[in-house]
Design a binder for this molecule. Structure first.
Ligand code: 13P
Ligand code: MG
Ligand code: MG
Length: 381
């Protein structure tokens, strides 16, 4: 049978600032998911949060972009929003950018990563294991470097030297500046290695959308690569991407895929969506309390039973002392970059500055520029 895994997340309000959703919001979301399983819409479901974003992980047989699944996620976020409003939480309904989405919530604010695949538990996928990743306080390209290293660099993934993976992977990269539609380029690792790097270095514009095995034509990765401000026309919150990654067998193993997060690489998006900060790996359900909204990434692993239900328990990959060293490293890197405040690389460039306000301030000053001979300079804003 064909199974679809849908991971849909939204920030619809949080306690004491942009920290985490409230207990009641989480309980209400879990209740909705339980009801949907009982009613047969979902085979299984799991709810967690990373920072202030609630993530709904669902298995079902309705395919990608299904109206009932998307509407269910939207309504669940609306219920959590009602609770956020009732208790006066910050940013209630923040990521719900339209009044009522027509079917698919992609483009309506929530982040969506979905994968449909054959699930017969035979042939090349005798067991199906996958992980969900959720990152808060960062842009949609936050996974570019770790996914590239996991799927294209044998220094991180020795499995690439093995027969099932030696032909490499096809990367679908999306140009997130193109608001006309999903504008995608397909590049193959290893031969397009440098071209991949040339695009993926720009986390704000180009994001990995999906990755496919070239040998088996099986999809390994789905990322919610889109930009909220391209949708809303203005900044409303940070993009905070989610990703689904199938692993083992014909794909890299979890250890190969999560090792790059030990780099705690700098990403754009901490504090007012405008600062460059390291990405710290944390357990699921961690609030954002670090300096300058230290960006967080979480990763939970599941197996999928024959009937499409999730394993009886999950693995919280970063909930382990093995990652304490990386967390400390992230905090040291955060202190380092914050020590230069607003200067240069410590903040995002003008075109990427968020929260409108910074741009309004600079825009007002640009209006006052004049040529030395007195003429209006008229620079673009
Ligand atoms: P969120 O998008 O996670 O709400 O973050 C907003 C922000 O930039 C907080 O400083
Ligand atoms: Mg928020
Ligand atoms: Mg968030």
């Amino acid at each position: 049978m064909k199974i679809t895994i849908s991971l849909i997340k939204a920030d619809v309000g949080s306690t004491g600032g942009h920290t985490e959703p409230s207990y009641r919001m989480m309980e209400a979301s879990k209740e909705e998911v339980s009801d949907a399983i009982e009613q047969g819409l979902l085979i299984d479901g799991f709810v967690c949060h990373t920072g202030d974003d609630i993530a709904l992980l669902m298995s079902h047989t309705h395919g990608e972009g299904n109206q009932d699944i998307h509407q269910f996620a939207w309504n669940t976020f609306l219920k959590a929003t009602d609770i956020a409003r009732e208790y006066g939480l910050y940013g209630a309904g923040q990521d719900l950018l339209v009044d009522a989405p027509s079917g698919n919530v992609r483009g309506a604010g929530p982040a969506v990563a979905e994968m449909e695949f054959d699930h017969t538990l035979s042939g090349v996928r005798a067991a199906e294991s996958f992980m969900m990743l959720a990152a808060d306080k960062c842009g949609p390209g936050a996974y570019n470097l770790p996914l590239f290293l996991g799927f294209a660099d044998p220094m991180y993934c020795a499995g690439l030297m093995l027969p099932p993976m030696i032909r490499g992977f096809t990367f679908h990269i999306i140009d997130m500046d193109n608001t006309g539609g999903d504008s995608i380029i397909e590049l193959n690792a290893p031969e397009d290695y440098y071209h991949l790097a040339a695009l993926l270095r720009d986390n704000e514009r180009f994001g990995i959308d999906s990755i496919y095995s070239r040998t088996y034509d099986e999809r390994a990765v789905a990322v919610s690569a889109q930009r909220l401000h391209s949708i809303a026309g203005k900044y409303t919150g940070k993009d905070d991407p989610v990703a689904l990654v199938r692993n083992q067998g014909i794909f890299p193993a979890p250890e190969e895929l999560i090792s790059p997060y030990a780099k705690v690489h700098y990403v754009g998006g901490g504090a007012r969506g405008s600062h460059v900060m390291p990405l710290m790996p944390v357990p699921i359900n961690t609030p954002v309390t670090g300096m300058y909204c230290l960006p967080l990434v979480s990763c939970a692993g599941f197996s999928l039973a024959k009937d499409g239900t999730f394993s009886d328990s999950y693995v919280d990959f970063f909930d382990n002392p093995a990652w304490d060293e990386a967390r400390l490293h992230a905090q040291r890197k955060a202190v380092e970059i914050r020590s230069q405040g607003w200067s240069g690389a410590a903040m995002l460039p003008y075109t990427e500055l968020e929260y409108g306000g910074f741009r309004d301030t600079v825009g007002g000053l640009i209006d006052r520029f004049a040529f030395r001979d007195g003429g209006q300079a008229g620079a673009s804003k």
